[in-house]
Design a binder for this molecule. Structure first.
Ligand SMILES: [Zn+2]
Length: 162
């Protein structure tokens, strides 16, 4: 016979006191470890967390309105969370896009000159992997990126690249 919710919670507490971890308790009682955690922390259920967040919401939004930073590149107001250390941006979204595009353009023009990823990397002070990844991203955004020149390198003029 299945235990009632109250019996389960009592059992979970008992097992926790015996030093079992949440996963072990969950296995014994046939529930997920998150459920065990909720049983052991009745004040912190997801619903309660949601309600607390909803209460904090307006204050948080006001704080963000009051603490927006200006973009050092164009001076326009930056978006939400621009002063929050975990979400700090040093440029506004438009400037970050422009900067990315101008960086892509620089790498693409070096590629058009026939440089390999490694040569572009040493010319721009980064790594070949970063160049490859940046050029890939540029390609994903509709920029025409010529393929790396590996095949045409070091071959006699009569040979045709595969
Ligand atoms: Zn800006």
């Amino acid at each position: 016979m299945a235990l009632s919710r109250e019996q389960n919670i009592a059992k979970a507490r008992e097992l926790r006191e015996q030093g079992l971890v949440l996963r072990e308790i969950g296995e014994r009682l046939g529930v997920h470890q998150v459920t065990v955690w909720q049983w052991l922390n009745p004040g912190k259920t997801r619903d309660k967390q949601r309600k607390d967040a909803a209460k904090r919401g307006p204050a948080k939004r006001q704080w963000e309105r009051d603490n927006r930073a200006g973009c050092p590149q164009c001076g326009s107001e930056m978006g939400q969370g621009s002063r929050s250390p975990s979400k700090r941006f040093d440029r506004c979204a438009a400037c970050r896009r422009t900067n990315a595009r101008s960086r892509w353009g620089r790498l693409i023009s070096l590629r058009e000159q026939g440089l390999t990823n490694r040569e572009i990397a040493s010319a721009t002070g980064t790594t070949a992997a970063a160049v490859a990844s940046t050029l890939y991203t540029a390609g994903q955004h509709g920029f025409e990126v010529p393929p790396p020149p590996y095949w045409s390198r070091g071959k006699s003029s009569g040979q045709v690249a595969a």
